[in-house]
Design a protein around this ligand. Structure first.
Ligand SMILES: Nc1ncnc2c1ncn2[C@@H]1O[C@H](COP(=O)(O)OP(=O)(O)OP(=O)(O)O)[C@@H](O)[C@H]1O
Length: 274
């Protein structure tokens, strides 16, 4: 009989030999990954590599087919996922608010875990203060009463961070959070994440992206995956390199780092002489 380790309460995420199968196809093939408190991870890899699937484990949404997934010291499959999810903040730019609720109300939906304001639920004054403090944190102190349809994409992105933080999660997941932002809004958003890491050093984050330019300078660790397996994982400065990224994307890509930020440029492949 194989020995089954108990969850390590010190780890925020601990994936051990995780495989995942969907419709007869194995999508992940033995993922090992440990994330400790206060670390800021980037999850990188080409389309279809398995990033969203891994993020689904981190968010206590999916069960592995085999192996173990421990989130915040609790094992998926042994605990009630709904309760665990309340301790995880999720920033998803595809978050669809349909009604004209204010930035403050959007943040308060993070307490009810809903998209819209819940009927017959009224926040306490402490909860409103908390929502306002989170709006201040993301630089929206002057935009509390602005309604969602009139907010810019950049403001919406920052409001969604405030929404994710309002319930004081220990883990924050960011799923391609800068999608759809123009270059200025993207820079403001990344600055917000850098400020967050300064003001909340104990918070752990995992950010998924396809683009190295979208990594905040405060990123400490990275895991690069391709074809459902880890290509490299560890300190960001050692993982986000020309060699690893070129291998994962199966294309020669030159990775640069300047002022803490990463950049990537695809090199042209040699063409056969005609
Ligand atoms: N419901 C499903 N049924 C079968 N295969 C699936 C299903 N969902 C995802 N897959 C496959 O699993 C693999 C990993 O998908 P996943 O969405 O995790 O990748 P990803 O790295 O997030 O991709 P992208 O960058 O395109 O969002 C892909 O090959 C995908 O086609």
């Amino acid at each position: 009989m194989t020995h089954r380790r108990d969850p390590d309460p010190g780890a925020v995420l601990d994936l051990h030999r995780v495989t995942f199968r969907r419709e007869g196809t194995e999508i992940l093939h033995g993922i090992d990954l440990r994330v400790d408190p206060g670390e800021r991870w980037a999850l990188l890899g080409p389309n279809g590599a398995g990033k969203s699937t891994i993020l689904g484990f981190c968010g206590a949404v999916e069960h592995p087919t085999s192996g173990t997934v421990d989130v915040l010291g609790r094992r998926i499959g042994r605990v009630e996922l709904q309760a665990l999810r309340r301790e995880i903040g999720h920033v998803n730019p595809r978050h669809a608010v349909r009604s004209a609720i204010t930035a403050r109300e959007v943040v308060l939906t993070g307490l009810t875990g809903t998209l819209e304001t819940v009927m017959r639920w009224a926040p306490t004054s402490a909860q409103i203060d908390r929502a306002d403090a989170m709006l201040d944190l993301v630089g929206l102190e002057d935009r509390r009463e602005v309604v969602w349809p009139t907010m810019s994409q950049g403001e919406r992105g920052r409001a969604l961070i405030a929404r994710a933080l309002v319930s004081d999660p220990r883990l924050l997941l960011l799923d391609e959070p800068t999608t759809g932002l123009d270059v200025a809004a993207r820079e403001q958003f990344l600055e917000t994440l850098d400020d967050l890491s300064e003001h909340h050093p104990e918070l752990t984050t995992v950010l998924v992206t396809h683009h190295l330019e979208e990594l905040p300078a405060s990123t400490t660790h990275a895991v690069v995956i391709a074809h459902g397996a880890i290509v490299s994982a560890g300190a960001a400065s050692e993982v986000v390199t020309t060699e690893v990224i070129s291998r994962a994307f199966e294309h020669p890509i030159e990775v640069t780092r300047e002022g803490g930020r990463w950049g990537a440029r695809a090199k042209r492949r040699e063409r056969a002489a005609s």
